[in-house]
Design a binder for this molecule. Structure first.
Ligand code: UDP
Length: 240
């Protein structure tokens, strides 16, 4: 694993990242491309855990906005992440990679339950581990689940792969003059209210000194370059 700065990574993939150019669901070309990129890193000896979102299928907040009970809607959101996890696992297996899905909501017919020590063993053996069903609790997001799992498995960094290539001082979609940070402290992210991760995920990472790297999901080898310490996105760090 020469050339890498980090040995164990927790990668957060948003559900939206899986739908490609579509507006819903899973694009098999995208899962294939992601699986190829991530397998290459795993083959280099990097231990990879993944938390996948569910926003391409269902979000609890959208459900509650249309009148559903929030907790009930959040459970539906968590089930959506399991579907995404199974699609990703399939893509990994088609590439010949060994991949486990561990769910925070037990669903023994389709995947393993999340057991931290077992997850650590899988990672140490070189299996790619996908953590499904978020944290298993309503009122949370998969960003927070990613920060939590990153801390639990002793990851060296948390990479959030999104549709944007880093953290900007304002929304780059609506503002041409938006400027991207190469690095920024957790405190500044929280004080400025930057929409990179929800505040719970940022605060949990800050409390546990977990570096966050925000990168664009679309590049061919962006994840590898981020793990090598190249300035491909934005690094969120602890202030001295
Ligand atoms: N969710 C939850 N608890 C968790 C993680 C996720 O209740 O620990 C639900 C929540 O309703 C959320 C949905 O699952 O809207 C999908 O996750 P998220 O919105 O984080 O997915 P992403 O935006 O990354 O696609």
């Amino acid at each position: 694993m020469s050339g890498y700065r980090y040995k164990r990574v927790l990668l957060k993939l948003s559900g939206e990242a899986l739908m490609g150019e579509g507006s819903f669901g899973i694009d098999p070309h995208v899962t294939e491309r992601l699986a190829r990129q991530i397998k290459a890193i795993s083959d280099d000896g990097i231990e990879v855990g993944i938390v996948v979102g569910g926003g391409n299928i269902f979000r609890g907040l959208a459900g509650s906005a249309s009148g559903m009970d929030r907790a009930q809607a959040d459970y539906m959101g968590m089930l959506a992440t399991i579907m995404n996890a199974l699609a990703l696992q399939d893509a990994f297996e088609q590439q010949g990679a060994s991949c486990r899905v561990m769910s925070a909501i037990q669903m023994n017919e389709v995947c393993e339950p999340y057991i931290r020590r077992r997850a650590m063993n899988h990672l140490a053996k070189g299996d790619i581990v996908i953590f499904a069903a978020g944290s298993g609790n309503p009122y949370f997001t998969t960003d927070t689940a990613a920060a939590l799992r990153a801390c639990e498995i002793g990851a060296d960094c948390l990479i959030k792969a999104t549709k944007v290539d880093g953290i900007y001082d304002m929304d780059p979609v609506d503002n041409e003059e938006a400027v991207r940070f190469e690095s920024i402290s957790y405190r500044e992210v929280l004080v400025r209210g930057l929409q990179v991760m929800d505040a719970t995920a940022t605060a949990l990472s800050q409390d546990n000194n977990m570096p966050i790297i925000v990168i664009n999901i679309d590049g061919e080898d962006t994840i590898k370059r981020a793990l090598a310490g190249e300035p491909v996105g934005t690094v969120v760090y602890q202030e001295d």
